[in-house]
Design a binder for this molecule. Sequence first.
Ligand SMILES: [Zn+2]
Length: 380
Amino acid sequence: MIAIKNATLVMRDHLIPEAVLFVEDGKITGFGEMRTTPIPENCEIIDAQNQFVGPGLVDIHCHAGDCHWFNQEPLEAAKYHLSHGTTSILATLYFDTPKADLLKQTALVQAAMKQPEGTNIVGIYMEAPYMNPKFGANRVNNPWKGPICKEDYQELIEAAGNDVRVWVVAPERENIESFVQYAKACNPNVRFAVGHSEASPQQIEALMPYGLCIGTHHTNATGTIINYPGCRGVCVDETVNYNRDIYAEMICDSRGIHVDPYMQRLIRKIKGDDRLILISDACWFQGSTPEDYIGVTDLCFDFQGQIAGSKLTLDVACRNMMKHTGASIVDVFKFASYNPSRAVGFLDRGEIAVGKRADLVFVDPWMNIQRVILNGVVKQ
Ligand SMILES: [Zn+2]
């Protein structure tokens, strides 16, 4: 048994300072204040030196880590994110990809999940195939922009099987319901997200009974329906804000480019702390950093100098969220661990509680990672 002493435990809604936590067989077996919780003999002792110890971070939407794409080098990408405290990650595949390649990438990730080094890859987030090509989904070359038909999607759905946790859809695509129904029939636990879309509230809400419960990178790559010139319309962002059962993913970069800090505070106020999810949506494009952004390490640029996604890791996203919204360390652990776990149906992690997986991170007050424990094994 491992005893982690002198820890400040980050619980879902409070802290326990000067605490000890016990780990055995990959699980949390107990915890409490040190003054009332004796440490049994023969424990392996880890001294947390009064650092914060919280649940491992859970990134449900991530395409790459460092210079490795999940669709090419999933183990390398996963290793990089593990070193930043992400103990569960959904490898995210993209709509840009023709069916044969998407099938190959799915198989590559599935093989990686079975490797010991792939322990923190816990499934696939399919940001594919049926987006609205008008909204950041490759208007010209999107191979999935034709009519939705079973011959195209059946093989992909069946190959992804239970490994896919989330399918992103644009609910306004004609015949999307047939795709959603089939995906749900093949994998009853799957969730759906609305993304790269200009769907109406009614089109989105029609898919909620099938398990649509996530807004993909909220306020990014969404349209606005204008019913009358000069009057603000309602569309995807408003629907995600309005529906209590929909989680809002947020890309929280240091400059507040993807979501303006004011918008972050607004979303937090509307959605509440139980429905916010921090994601990295990390990519790997190799354009150089424009002059205005020198020193910014969490944004990705293409060769034209345009922002092309993030280079975030969740520890950095948490730090940015604290800076932009005043969220506490308890709050950001909720946004980056508990909420994403619950959104995709992982009930065995995301919080410090007896019986949960011993996925733990040690951090300083600004979420700098000091140590990572994955499934009860010290990784760093
Ligand atoms: Zn993405």
